[in-house]
Design a protein around this ligand. Structure first.
Ligand code: TYD
Length: 136
């Protein structure tokens, strides 16, 4: 099964421009209760971000402007894709290593998260991540 789980959003845009509405809650567009929203913007050229996994956090990442490349890794395989459309979100589950690269200057990545920020939920060492993935 692929690590790249996309959620396609309905476009409500018309001749005036684009519009996307995300309904929150189980059974709606986003399949978990959203407790936190953040966005990454103004990333300096040549900078990569992420390089961590979360033990208990679901996220949907949406590139609402520009583009960047995302790498997902579950400890046994690594897949990558471009985030380049405001019409779809990438669902990232627990225990998934993520890296974001090649941000365009206008890139804005909106993230919907299932939990409040918790520094202790991060796995920031790739070696620790691999060890935990191996141990299940
Ligand atoms: P971090 O998750 O390390 O960002 P990235 O993986 O994109 O490089 O977050 C950077 C800093 O911001 C770090 O000190 C934690 C803090 N932070 C919060 O306080 N709340 C949040 O919701 C997020 C995502 C980060």
């Amino acid at each position: 099964m692929t690590l790249l789980r996309w959620i396609n959003f309905k476009s409500l845009g018309d001749e005036r421009g684009g519009l996307v509405a995300l309904e929150l809650g189980i059974g709606k567009t986003i399949p978990f209760n959203v407790r936190r929203v953040y966005y990454i913007h103004r990333t300096e050229q040549g900078v990569s971000r992420g390089f961590h996994a979360h033990r208990n956090l679901e996220q949907v990442v949406i590139c609402v402007s520009g583009k960047c490349r995302i790498v997902l890794d579950d400890g046994s395989r690594r897949e990558e894709t471009w985030l380049d459309s405001p019409l779809k979100g990438l669902l990232i589950g627990n225990n998934t290593w993520r890296e974001l690269h090649d941000f365009s200057p206008d890139c804005v990545v909106l993230v919907l998260a299932s939990e409040h920020h918790d520094a202790s939920d991060y796995i920031r060492s790739y070696e620790d991540f691999l060890e935990q993935a191996r141990d299940g």
